[in-house]
Write a protein that binds this ligand. Structure first.
Ligand SMILES: [Zn+2]
Length: 311
């Protein structure tokens, strides 16, 4: 039986036809290499209004462990999001504001779609549930770190930052597994095309200087530190699967992701990426727990560093 794609697109006419063809091609290719008998239908939204689509299908049911992903999606930091719960139609949402749609970048659209499709497959196989379970367990480590206040960061602020850091780290692990699965189906070039667009301007657009971070923290806004930490990790997740597959293109992505960032943050992020490169399967619970704990600890080291600087 053929998998049905129910499309809800912001685009019309010729644009809609091209995008539609890109999506159908992925399904066709995908169907040739794997038997996705379990899905009968997938719903796709290509929308300019992530909040509205989310409100309609996700909000009432979403699990706490997925708040990180949902936040990134509705704040338009993430270009896509997928959702599936038993008894519901699996749904993929993509942001129509993304450059790949404006430019009708055929392989990049395919890459993004393939990535989300693999998230759905990983959900179907229970892989993402296992990861979410590990993240819940890693919460105990968070409270160990929170035993005392690190002025001027209050316990309250530290807790919300640690939750954000942990859910982001979980999202990155899920992304790596989505990408390795997509690459095992041969979608290397399409994934690369999508990341190439995503990363092409980041060096110009994203700069975190020590001065900016200190100023923002002095104003009582802790998000500067969380942003710098998660943005750097997030950008670098793009090349992890490529390196795992010994695909030389990883080198170009790595170079594009090299944004301006204080050394102390880079130094704390690098060991996390190194551990992520060792991820082989979602059943490797020890490695997953190690990564989540390391993310929390190293973020905490960054906090300690800046707390001394802004005293
Ligand atoms: Zn993803």
């Amino acid at each position: 039986m053929k998998l049905k794609l129910e499309k809800h697109m912001y685009f019309k006419g010729k644009e809609a036809r091209i995008i539609s063809r890109a999506l159908n091609d992925v399904i066709k290719e995908f169907g040739r290499r794997t038997r996705v008998k379990k899905f009968k239908k997938i719903r796709i939204y290509i929308t300019k209004n992530p909040v509205q689509v989310c409100k309609k299908i996700v909000m009432p049911k979403v699990k706490l462990s997925r708040h990180g992903e949902m936040r990134e999606w509705i704040c338009e930091n993430a270009s896509s999001f997928s959702y599936w719960d038993k008894g519901l139609t699996p749904t993929i949402m993509m942001d129509a504001n993304e450059r790949i749609f404006q430019e009708l970048n055929y392989p990049a659209i395919q890459g993004l779609f393939a990535h989300e499709l693999m998230h759905l497959l990983n959900k179907l196989d229970g892989i993402e549930d296992e990861l979410e379970y590990e993240a819940e367990r890693a919460a105990t480590n968070m409270f160990r770190l929170l035993e005392k206040e690190i002025k001027p960061f209050t316990i309250d602020k530290l807790l919300s930052s640690l939750i954000r850091i942990t859910t982001s780290s979980l999202l990155f692990i899920k992304d790596i597994f989505a990408n390795t699965r997509a690459m095992s189906f041969g979608f290397d070039d399409e994934l690369y095309a999508n990341y190439k667009v995503t990363l092409s301007d980041v060096k110009k657009e994203i700069k975190f200087t020590d001065g900016y971070i200190i100023k923002t923290l002095k104003n009582g806004r802790m998000h500067a530190l969380d942003d710098a930490f998660t943005v750097y990790l997030g950008l670098n997740i793009s090349w992890v699967a490529f390196k795992m597959f010994h695909n030389k293109m990883y080198y170009y992505l790595q170079d594009m992701a090299r944004i301006k960032l204080p050394n102390v943050i880079k130094k704390q992020c690098k060991p996390i990426i190194k551990e992520m490169l060792k991820l082989r399967s979602a059943s490797d619970k020890k490695q997953i727990a190690k990564i989540l704990r390391l993310t929390q600890q190293n973020y905490f080291n960054v906090v300690k560093h800046y707390s001394k600087k802004i005293k």
